[in-house]
Design a protein around this ligand. Structure first.
Ligand SMILES: NC(=O)c1ccc[n+]([C@@H]2O[C@H](COP(=O)([O-])OP(=O)(O)OC[C@H]3O[C@@H](n4cnc5c(N)ncnc54)[C@H](OP(=O)(O)O)[C@@H]3O)[C@@H](O)[C@H]2O)c1
Length: 323
């Protein structure tokens, strides 16, 4: 038996329920993993509220690290006793132990602490694919990155600095902006009080070729106005609500723009790709170029308080649920 956090009906943080559940044995292609720490992500909020609907009752959480207890038939990359971490489907990481598909689970290098592993897989692999695959950034490029002091944000700031990319961040307070700059943002604009599109255009000398926007509704319009002709709008989240429906002609009117709406789970659909992306992330973290800032910790049974803090914009960096 293990503790597990589930939702039986979509709703506010109070919809999260702690239950006792049978863990069971892994079948073909599966492992049983005992967690040491669990990562909190904004996607957990979308799933709890039903913005991204799951069949109910639904187990929560998509990121964790722990020790493999058993490996089912056909699993060759993991064995009992291995330290492991993941960002993975289906959800269900808010628990002490679980049986799950092994495809998206990777061995955690010895030099990386369990808590770091739990905090970095979903957020770090997202920064990895946004920079390397979606935008194909290289030294000297400039990017606008919203919510730069958040979980994905502080990793992106450091990744940009390591690559020689100029990252212009935005964040909701002067303190958060200072944190983003400390982590490698070249500039950070407080979008709660400034005319941020004008400020971004000023800082960049006329606009940026790439925008990474996970805030959604409240930044959509301004983000398009920050792009230079042929610029790339990457919409990858909805922290303020869904981005509005797109009138395709807008992309022409604003300068032959490109628009994409990626998700990590397309990128980590195969074991080979998951491992290659994880190796890149492990190199960035292992070499010290990217430090995973765990700024908040909540016991598993207080997952609702963790959700409240994340939704109220009271967190910075990563948040971990402790077991
Ligand atoms: N598509 C993908 O593959 C993918 C993968 C991972 C994450 N994401 C997305 O990336 C974003 C960051 O994820 P995260 O887990 O690291 O979260 P996070 O950035 O730590 O938290 C979200 C941040 O969004 C900002 N925000 C702006 N308006 C908000 C509002 N109305 N309500 C709440 N927050 C608001 C807040 O920062 P300020 O106070 O500074 O505004 C808040 O701290 C999320 O939108 C998430 O869904 C997408």
């Amino acid at each position: 038996m293990a503790r597990r956090v589930v939702v039986e009906a979509f709703g506010g943080p109070e919809a999260l329920r702690l239950v006792e559940a049978e863990v069971g044995e892994p079948g073909p292609g599966e492992i049983r993993i005992r967690h040491e720490a669990v990562g909190l992500n904004f996607i957990d909020v979308y799933q709890r509220t039903g913005l991204y609907p799951l069949p109910l009752p639904a187990a929560m959480g998509m990121e964790a690290a722990g020790v493999v207890e058993a490996a089912g038939e056909g699993v060759t990359h993991l064995k009992p006793g291995d330290r492991a971490a993941y960002a993975a489907n289906p959800p269900g990481s808010y628990c002490d132990a679980r049986v799950m598909p092994a495809t998206q689970v990777v061995r955690l290098p010895d030099g990386i602490a369990m808590e770091t592993g739990a905090a970095m897989m979903l957020k770090g692999l997202t920064a990895q694919y946004l920079f390397r695959s979606t935008a194909k950034l290289k030294a000297g490029d400039t990017v606008l990155f919203h919510a730069a002091a958040g979980g994905v944000g502080l990793i992106a700031c450091q990744w940009a600095r390591a690559m020689g990319v100029t990252l212009i961040g935005t964040a909701g307070s002067d303190e958060k902006c200072a944190l983003a700059v400390e982590h490698g943002a070249a500039h950070c604009v407080n979008y709660a009080r400034e005319d941020w599109p004008a400020e971004v255009r000023r800082l960049s000398g006329g606009g940026v070729p790439v925008v990474m926007d996970s805030v959604g509704r409240s930044t959509w319009e301004g983000s398009l106005d920050c792009l230079t002709p042929f610029g790339l709008m990457i919409s990858f989240g909805n922290a303020s609500g869904k981005a509005p429906p797109v009138e395709v002609g807008t992309l022409a009117a604003k300068g032959s723009l490109y628009l994409t709406r990626p998700t990590l789970f397309t990128h980590i659909a195969t074991r080979e790709r998951t491992q290659a992306m994880a190796d890149d992330l492990f190199e960035m973290v292992g070499s010290g170029k990217v430090r995973i800032p765990v700024e908040q910790r909540f016991p598993l049974e207080q997952a609702a308080d963790a959700h409240r803090a994340l939704e109220a914009r009271r967190t910075t960096g990563a948040t971990v649920l402790t077991l």
